[in-house]
Ligand binder design. Structure first.
Ligand code: GLU
Length: 369
């Protein structure tokens, strides 16, 4: 099953690329490179999402970046090329070329940029090159540093799902998902396979010590995104020797998340849009029509509209308890939605002075989360 994965995204967290002293862990990196090289030899396509630029740059500059975003950005710029040099030298030993791709969320949400990025990445894979991807920290508006993709788990999930990978492997310093917090409970057991990332599963990660950037919560969200796109996801511990090789020998390492629902490209685009332009709140009747009867969203069920969006843009759909339960591409702008909310479809023409769609969102443009 895992062995059949042809296009694989590996995400390496900062903690696994550095040792306790904060220096680059060459032992880890070279072991990952060796195993990836042997996957390449078998004809598999590999993309790497690497973290570590900020941490490694801070170490080099001997600065504490914890209170300054601009210092983080400066450190990332220094660390990025140190990191790249190692990836490049390492892969070169196996005759494999690498490419550096630095991206921001905007590169995925702007369709033109996204298509161009997708073409470039596809071409690199076709040429047998391993793309090494990280967030372009240097160009982010300072207040958005680490808010944008917020973490590389999310970036790796977006890359994997938008590039039609088969498997996302998040390599971190934890063995996988446990049934209880393993730091508090010595009898905690690793969960080998998760069929679906449900609210119950998400609860397992909600302990404070497991949360935070790059913690279990972000890994579960990443797994959820890729599973919904029809991909497998794994969380494995990169501190375990030859972990990548062992995954493909189908040893029971880490936690495997099974794909559970395959969304079309268009629906993925809607569900994982990075630019949500507004919010529509609907009443219980509309929520149940959408979820239980797979119906479109009509103006009559709308109780509130927030944000400034145009027809064709993506909005979040909330229920009256302020829980987001769907995302959708709307047929009307926010101004129009505000005017027609609560109205029956046959009244729309009277209210707006022109005849628009009967549905505010057609069911094909609606994804239940
Ligand atoms: N772009 C960040 C870095 O290279 C990584 C962010 C993250 O690990 O979530 O340091």
């Amino acid at each position: 099953m895992i062995n059949d994965a042809n296009r694989i995204v590996f995400k390496f967290g900062t903690n696994i690329l550095r040792n306790e002293e904060g220096e680059i862990s060459l032992t880890h990196m070279y072991s990952f490179i060796e195993d990836i090289a042997s996957l390449r030899k078998k004809g598999k396509e590999v993309l790497v999402v690497t973290s570590g630029a900020v941490g490694i740059g801070a170490k080099k500059l001997k600065v504490d970046t914890s209170t300054s975003n601009v210092l983080k950005q400066a450190a990332a710029s220094v660390g990025q090329q140190i990191l790249m040099r190692i990836w490049q030298d390492g892969f070169e030993k196996y005759g494999i070329s690498v490419a550096q791709i630095l991206v921001t969320e905007d590169d995925f949400s702007n369709r033109k940029k996204y298509l161009s990025l997708r073409n470039t990445l596809s071409k690199l894979l076709e040429l047998g090159i391993v793309p090494i991807i990280n967030q372009n920290d240097a160009v982010l508006p300072s207040e958005l540093v680490h808010v944008c993709f917020s973490d590389n788990d999310k970036l790796s999930a977006i890359v994997a799902s938008k590039l039609d990978a088969d498997l996302l492997v998040m390599v971190s310093d934890i063995d996988g998902l446990f049934d209880k917090n393993p730091k508090e409970y010595p009898d905690a057991k690793k969960i080998d396979v998760v069929e679906k990332v449900t609210a119950k599963i998400e609860k397992l990660a909600s302990g404070a010590s497991l949360g935070g950037r790059g913690g279990m919560i972000t890994k579960l969200s990443a797994a959820k995104v890729v599973n919904l796109s029809g991909l497998y996801a794994m969380i494995v511990n990169g501190k375990k020797p030859r972990i990548i090789k062992r995954i493909f020998e189908e040893e029971n390492v880490g936690t495997l998340f099974l794909p559970n629902k395959i969304l079309s490209h268009k629906k993925r685009w809607i569900a994982y849009a990075t630019n949500i332009m507004g919010e529509i709140t609907v009443n219980a009747g509309a929520k149940s029509a959408i979820i239980d009867k797979q119906k479109s969203l009509l103006a009559v069920g709308i109780v509130d509209v927030k944000g400034d969006f145009k027809a064709g843009e993506i909005v979040s759909i909330f229920d009256e308890n302020h829980e987001e339960f769907a995302r959708a591409m709307v047929n009307y702008s926010s101004d129009e939605c505000k005017k027609i909310m609560g109205a029956h479809s046959h009244e729309i023409e009277n209210i707006l002075g022109y005849k628009g769609d009967d549905d505010v969102v057609v069911k094909d443009n609606l994804v239940i989360l």
